[in-house]
Design a binder for this molecule. Sequence first.
Ligand SMILES: Cc1cc2nc3c(=O)[nH]c(=O)nc-3n(C[C@H](O)[C@H](O)[C@H](O)COP(=O)(O)OP(=O)(O)OC[C@H]3O[C@@H](n4cnc5c(N)ncnc54)[C@H](O)[C@@H]3O)c2cc1C
Length: 539
Amino acid sequence: MNTHEVINQAPPRAGVDEYTTNTALVEAVSRHDAGWAAERLAATGQRVGTVAFQDDAARANRREPVLRTHDRHGHRIDEVDYDESYHRIIAAAIADGAHTAAFAAPGPGANVARAATFMLYAQVEPGHACPVSMTHSVVPVLAQHPDAGASWLPRVLANSYDPALRAGKPSALFGMAMTEKQGGSDVRANTTSARPRGGGRYALTGHKWFCSAPMSDAFLVLAQAPGGLSCFLLPRLREDGARNGIRIQRLKDKLGNRANASSEVEYEDAEAVLVGEEGRGVRTIIDMVARTRLDCILGSTAGMRQATAEAAWHARHRAAFGALLVDQPAMTAVLADLQLETEAATATALRLARAHDADASDADRAFARLGVAAAKYWICKRGPGHAYEALECLGGNGYTEDFPLATRYREQPVMAVWEGSGNVIALDILRALGREPESLAAFDAEVSRAAGADRRVDAHWERTRALAAEMIDAPDPARAREVTASLALALQAALLVQFAPAAVADAFVATRLGGEWAGGALYGALPRGTDAAAITARI
Ligand SMILES: Cc1cc2nc3c(=O)[nH]c(=O)nc-3n(C[C@H](O)[C@H](O)[C@H](O)COP(=O)(O)OP(=O)(O)OC[C@H]3O[C@@H](n4cnc5c(N)ncnc54)[C@H](O)[C@@H]3O)c2cc1C
């Protein structure tokens, strides 16, 4: 049948260098001492922008992982089958150092370059980023506890990916299992028991309600030892090469993140070694958690970039009522506003990544303590609404699974849920304000670098300081979100007024701090005089 010609549909957004076209990312990479990685990042940007990579990303989320509990003869095997597309994606990310490059070759900007690499992959396929992030995050724990970690370190630093479950692999992926049925945020409620077997070895019996990436080679796990809640390194294979006592009960049927096989597991006399001291489990695993929190920020930011770029692409190729959408002021304002959020998140994410480099000062580390928590809360919470608004820019197409923003919309909430849900992070901020005064002092110094640049930022910071002081004197959990959001916005605004073009900084400050966000704080209601075209040009 030849009924019509297809016109006015945007071409696929493919063959784009996702790095060099991302102006805010390129600027932040250079600002934070990772300009040396530009060439490699451009190669990554080109790779993830290819049709082949995008097709793999779509396929990995459609052809979901399948659990095989038994082989055909009835033996328990507890393996997950992934589509080949998933293996190709994670292999590429690991070959590129998206997991542990910052530890393998530490130096100024190493974490910034690694963050940008991680973001480029996560922008196109978010599911694989979970095991990649956990493998990155476990390194500080393994390094601090050579008794348990020494033999694993070279394997997590390796750039090869081998999905097989076999002994003697030169590389390894790590997962983490803390959450149980009766308590996730409150891990003190963990009931999994750890029975000492001598020589630092234990037998673990119990369950975990969430264990993402159950095909990882090893996990950090919390369990109750005689001395209290403790951290253990739990390998999938026992020392004799046999499968460890880990049973994958079922895979979670999740809202999004579908390429990633999150599971429920049970342990029966599973062999594990103690990491750190008995009773110090939370203290030991917290270094891993802190890194994964930063990666939640990176993941949400990567998602914002994808959403904004796809929305702008569509608007630049689609006409309605006689003009391209991108040139119609109501749409330009929405795109500009989406970009403001992306710019703020990108600037914040890479500033925080730089504070994780080996040469970071004590002040930088103290700044990161509050900075990561506040940004994890704010940026991850901003993700879903941002994806929703971007999706609408594609009209009906945006709501279909043929376009990537439906997947993105379902993906974004997870970054806020795991590694400290909103309230948990906000309460953590309240605790840090009271117990770690050096972190507020360092955060103050960071924001104060922008002092005098914009009176609205100065005024906001004065209010935030006063609120923080109030929370130190009389901590009020009901106001924990208020102080957390204020800190995050202060940091974002301070970074933008220092480093972003005036059009971006001014519109961000006017809307997010200056009370000029008309229309109920929905996107696209920017104050009169905003140079929306200049902002959208940066997309
Ligand atoms: C896709 C996915 C993958 C995951 N993968 C893993 C994994 O690999 N390993 C792992 O260990 N976990 C994993 N998790 C679990 C995740 O970390 C937990 O779901 C999360 O920590 C929250 O714990 P919970 O579900 O028990 O909720 P709860 O702790 O019961 O919290 C429920 C709600 O109450 C709030 N809340 C908690 N305490 C307070 C308080 N004191 N005051 C006010 N509000 C409070 C929380 O913010 C939350 O909104 C995963 C989760 C998801 C969705």
